[in-house]
Design a protein around this ligand. Structure first.
Ligand code: SF4
Ligand code: ZN
Length: 739
C-alpha cells in the first residue's frame, strides 16, 4: 500500500476529528450539554454511530462521549521513514472521521435548522433549496427495501464535481440505466454535481434516484447512514454488531464512491472510511491507488479513470452484475424513470387526460393474424405535432399463444402503465379508457415517436410474460374515429371482465388478493381486492389478481389469507390487517373494506372515483375522474385526488372503482347505495342498469331518480331541497357520523 495514501487519509482523519471537536465544544458552550441533537423523523439516532457502536446519541453530551472514542481511534501519524504494511490504521482513521462527521452534521441541524429539507423526496428547487440531508425513516423504508428486494442493486456515491454539466449528466445516466441510486455530496471549489445536473436539465430527487445530500464531504455520512439503516431494519442486524453490519454492507449493498476532481486529505479519509463497508473509491484524478484486495471485493481505490469509462469501471470494481436489455428507442429506459413527472410547462404533446380520449386494450388475437413484433401507427405522430398539441390515442395490443387465456388480458394491460413510464421524459397515468400520456419536450427533441410505445410493449411484455404468449403486435391510433371505435369495443370488454366476478361474495372465499402496483407513486399504498371490492383503479378485480398471481407468483398481486374476522359489518380481518401492515411498511396497520367513515381503505392517485361524506345531506357523494366541475363536498376531483390520494386512510373519503359502486359491499356499513345522494350525470348514466338492479334488491326501485347530479346543484344546500322533495332514503337514516 502506498505510504502516500495512508499519510493523506490519516492526516484527513485528524483534521476531521479536530474540526468536529471544535464544533461540538462551541455548540456546548452555546446551547449547553443537554441540547438535543439528531436527524429528523428517525428511530435510528445518528445511524452510523448507533449501528456500529450501539450508542444512542441524543444530546450534545452523548456526542462528547463518542468524539472521545474517535480521538482514541486515530492511529499514530505516518512517519516519513516507516513503512505501513497494513490497512488497519487507515481503516481506523477512516471510521473515526466518519463518526466525527456524523456528529458535525447533527450539530448543523441545530445551528441551521432550515439548511436541509426534512421528509421531502424532491428538493424545492424553485425556492433555491437544493440539499435534502438525512432521509427520514419513511423514505428509508420505501427506498431501502429496493436495495433488499433487488429493484435497486445499490448506489453510486458521487463526491465533488465533473468538469462540465454534460459529463456529470452522462455519468449519472449510466448509473440510472443500471437502476442504481446516485447519492451526491461535497463540492469542488463551490461546484457540485447536483447543481451541474440541474444546469443540464436533469430532474433530481428520490423520485429519479438522484439524491442531493449536501454540499460538504461530511454529507457522505447520509449515504453510509442510509445503508446502515437498511441493514438494521431489513437485515435484522442488532445495533452495535459492527462485524455483521459491515459484512452485510459488503455482501448485500452494491455501493461505491466516485471522487470527481482533486482529492484532499479529508476526502482520502472518507474513502478510507468507506473501505470499511467494502465500498471502493474510483477517481478521475491521479491519486495513489490501493490495489491489493483485502476488505473490498476487488481493488480499494482506483485512480485516473476517464469519464466515459468511470461508470463501467466502477461497476466492475465493485463486482456488480446487472442485466439490462437494451430497448431500441431514442430514450433512456429503466425503472429509475418511473416516478419522474413531466410538468405542465415541459409538455410537448398530451394524449388523454382532460385533453382527449385515450384508451388501452389488450386482447387475444388469432394465432395466424397476429404477427410478432408488428407495430402499426395509424394517424398523426409526434413529429406531426407542435408544442402544446393534444391527440386522442388508442393502444391496442394483440397477443396470441397456446398458453394465453382471456383471464390474462387485464394483467398484460395493466403493465402498460409502468412500462411506458420507464421511458425517460414520458409520463403515463391511469389505465383502461382513462389513460393519460405526456410526452416531454426533451423526449420529443430526441426523436421519440408513437412507434416507440409499441417497441417498449413488445420487448418488455415478451421479457416479463413471454411464458404465456408467443406473438404480440401493437396498433397505435390517433384518428378520433379509430379511437372512438376502439373505446367502444374496449368498454364492452371491460364490462364483460367486470361481470365475471358477479356471482362471488366475500364470504365464499378465504383468499383475498393484494395489489402493490401503485407503490411507485403512493409508496405505502396497498389495495386489498376481494370479490366484492374491485381495485380502486377499476383495472383489477379479484379474478384478475388470481390470474396475475398464477402468471407471476412473486409479482404485485399476492394472496391474502383473510383470517379471523374482526368486524363483519366494517369488513375487517386479522389476516388483511397483518398483510397491509407489513406491505405498507408499518404506516397503515388496519383498514375497513366496507366503511367510509371508520378507517376506510387507503386511496392512491389513480382511483377511478372518490366518495365523500356530505354531513348536511346525511349521505355520500361520489365523483369520477372524468367530471371536472365542482362537487357538493366543495372540492373538484383533482383537488380530492391530491388531498386523499397519497396512500393514506382518510375518514370521510375513499377512492374506489366505478364498478364497485354497484357491488353489494360498497360502503355497506353506512348503508351502501341507499346513502348515495349525488353523482355526476354521466356517471349515473354509465352505471344505470346495474344501479337500478341493485336498488330493486334494496327495496327502493326508484332510487336512481332520487340521486342528484350537477344539473340539480353542486353544493349541499342546492341539492337538499331536491332530496327532500324526492324523499331520498338517506334523509331518514341514522346520522351518518354516528353509525
Ligand atoms: Fe393495483 Fe390498487 Fe394500483 Fe389498481 S389502484 S393498480 S389495484 S394498487
Ligand atoms: Zn394507484
Amino acid at each position: 500500500m502506498s505510504k502516500l495514501v495512508a499519510f493523506a487519509a490519516i492526516q484527513g482523519g485528524y483534521n476531521i476529528v479536530s474540526k468536529a471537536e471544535g464544533k461540538l465544544k462551541e455548540a456546548i458552550d452555546k446551547y449547553g450539554p443537554k441540547q438535543e441533537i439528531g436527524f429528523p423523523n428517525t428511530a435510528y439516532y445518528l445511524p452510523i454511530i448507533y449501528s456500529l457502536m450501539g450508542e444512542k446519541v441524543e444530546t450534545l453530551a452523548d456526542a462528547e462521549r463518542v468524539i472521545k472514542r474517535c480521538r482514541a481511534l486515530l492511529p499514530p501519524h505516518v512517519k516519513k521513514d516507516v513503512h505501513v504494511p497494513y490497512l488497519g490504521p487507515l481503516l481506523d482513521a477512516g471510521i473515526a472521521a466518519i463518526f466525527a462527521e456524523e456528529i458535525a452534521e447533527a450539530i448543523l441541524y441545530v445551528e441551521q435548522p432550515d439548511f436541509y429539507q426534512p421528509s421531502v423526496e424532491d428538493p424545492d428547487i424553485d425556492n433555491g433549496k437544493l440539499w435534502l440531508g438525512a432521509a427520514d425513516d419513511a423514505i428509508m423504508r420505501k427506498r431501502g427495501v429496493e436495495f433488499v428486494d433487488g429493484t435497486a442493486p445499490g448506489f453510486a456515491a458521487i463526491v465533488g464535481a465533473a468538469p462540465s454539466p454534460e459529463i456529470a449528466k452522462a455519468i449519472v445516466e449510466e448509473y440510472q440505466k443500471k437502476n442504481l441510486y446516485i447519492f451526491l455530496a461535497a463540492n469542488q471549489s463551490g461546484t457540485t454535481v447536483a447543481q451541474q445536473l440541474l444546469d443540464a436539465g436533469v430532474q433530481i430527487g428520490w423520485n429519479t434516484r438522484i439524491v442531493p445530500f449536501g454540499p460538504e464531504i461530511s454529507a457522505a455520512v447520509y449515504a453510509l447512514g442510509f445503508a446502515n439503516r437498511a441493514g438494521l431494519s431489513f437485515g435484522g442486524i442488532k445495533p452495535g454488531d459492527y462485524t455483521k453490519m459491515l459484512k452485510y454492507q459488503k455482501d448485500r449493498i452494491f455501493a461505491f464512491v466516485n471522487a470527481l476532481g482533486d482529492v484532499n486529505a479529508e476526502w482520502a479519509a472518507n474513502a478510507a472510511g468507506a473501505v470499511n463497508w467494502g465500498f471502493p473509491t474510483i477517481a478521475d484524478t491521479d491519486i495513489p491507488e490501493i490495489l491489493p484486495w483485502g476488505v473490498c471485493t476487488y481493488e480499494h481505490v482506483v485512480a485516473q479513470v476517464p469519464h466515459d469509462q468511470i461508470a463501467a469501471r466502477s461497476i466492475e470494481v465493485r463486482g456488480l452484475k446487472v442485466n439490462v436489455t437494451e430497448i431500441d428507442i431514442p430514450l433512456t429506459y429503466g425503472p429509475a424513470f418511473e416516478g419522474e413527472r413531466v410538468r405542465k410547462g415541459d409538455v410537448f404533446l398530451e394524449m388523454g387526460g382532460s385533453a382527449s380520449q385515450a384508451t388501452e386494450l389488450v386482447r387475444i388475437g388469432d394465432m395466424k393474424a397476429v404477427q410478432d413484433g408488428r407495430i402499426i401507427v395509424k394517424g398523426k405522430d409526434v413529429k406531426d405535432c407542435k408544442k402544446g398539441d393534444s391527440l386522442p390515442l388508442g393502444i391496442l395490443v394483440e397477443v396470441a399463444g397456446r398458453e394465453m387465456e382471456e383471464d390474462f388480458e387485464p394483467i398484460l394491460e395493466r403493465q402498460i402503465h409502468h412500462l411506458v413510464n420507464y421511458a425517460q421524459g414520458i409520463m403515463h397515468i391511469g389505465q383502461r379508457d382513462i389513460s393519460w400520456i405526456r410526452v416531454g419536450d426533451a423526449a420529443a427533441e430526441k426523436g421519440f415517436t408513437l412507434k416507440d410505445i409499441g417497441t417498449i410493449l413488445h420487448a418488455k411484455l415478451h421479457q416479463d410474460f413471454g411464458r404465456i404468449f408467443d406473438k404480440l403486435q401493437v396498433t397505435l391510433m390517433t384518428d378520433k374515429k379509430d379511437v372512438d371505435e376502439l373505446t367502444k369495443l374496449a368498454r364492452e370488454v371491460y364490462a364483460a371482465r367486470d361481470e365475471r366476478i358477479e356471482g362471488m361474495t366475500d364470504e365464499t372465499t378465504e383468499t383475498f388478493y393484494s395489489c402493490t402496483l401503485c407503490q411507485s407513486f403512493a409508496p405505502n399504498h396497498v389495495c386489498t381486492i376481494s370479490p366484492e371490492r374491485t381495485g380502486l383503479c377499476g383495472a383489477y378485480n379479484w379474478m384478475d389478481c388470481k390470474a396475475s398471481f398464477e402468471i407471476n407468483p412473486t409479482g404485485p398481486n399476492q394472496p391474502i389469507q383473510k383470517g379471523e374476522i374482526i368486524d363483519d359489518k366494517l369488513g375487517q380481518w386479522k389476516g388483511v390487517n397483518e398483510f397491509v401492515s407489513k406491505t405498507s411498511r408499518g404506516t397503515v396497520d388496519h383498514y375497513n373494506l366496507y366503511s367510509i367513515v371508520h378507517d376506510p381503505h387507503t386511496t392512491c392517485g389513480c382511483c377511478e372515483a372518490i366518495a365523500a361524506v356530505l354531513p348536511t345531506c346525511n349521505g355520500i357523494m361520489t365523483v369520477d375522474r372524468d367530471y371536472i366541475g365542482m362537487t357538493p363536498c366543495g372540492m373538484k376531483f383533482s383537488t380530492l385526488a391530491g388531498t386523499v390520494g397519497g396512500g393514506v386512510s382518510t375518514p370521510g373519503f375513499v377512492g374506489h372503482g366505478k364498478y364497485n359502486i354497484t357491488q353489494r359491499k360498497f360502503l355497506r356499513y353506512e348503508g351502501g347505495l341507499l346513502r348515495i345522494v349525488w353523482m355526476p350525470q354521466h356517471l349515473k348514466e354509465e352505471i344505470k342498469e346495474r344501479f337500478v338492479k341493485r336498488a330493486e334488491e334494496l327495496g327502493v326501485p326508484d332510487l336512481w331518480d332520487k340521486v342528484a347530479d350537477e344539473t340539480i346543484g353542486t353544493s349541499e344546500e342546492e341539492i337538499m331541497s331536491f332530496l327532500q322533495e324526492k324523499k331520498h332514503p338517506a334523509l331518514e337514516m341514522e346520522s351518518i357520523l354516528e353509525v
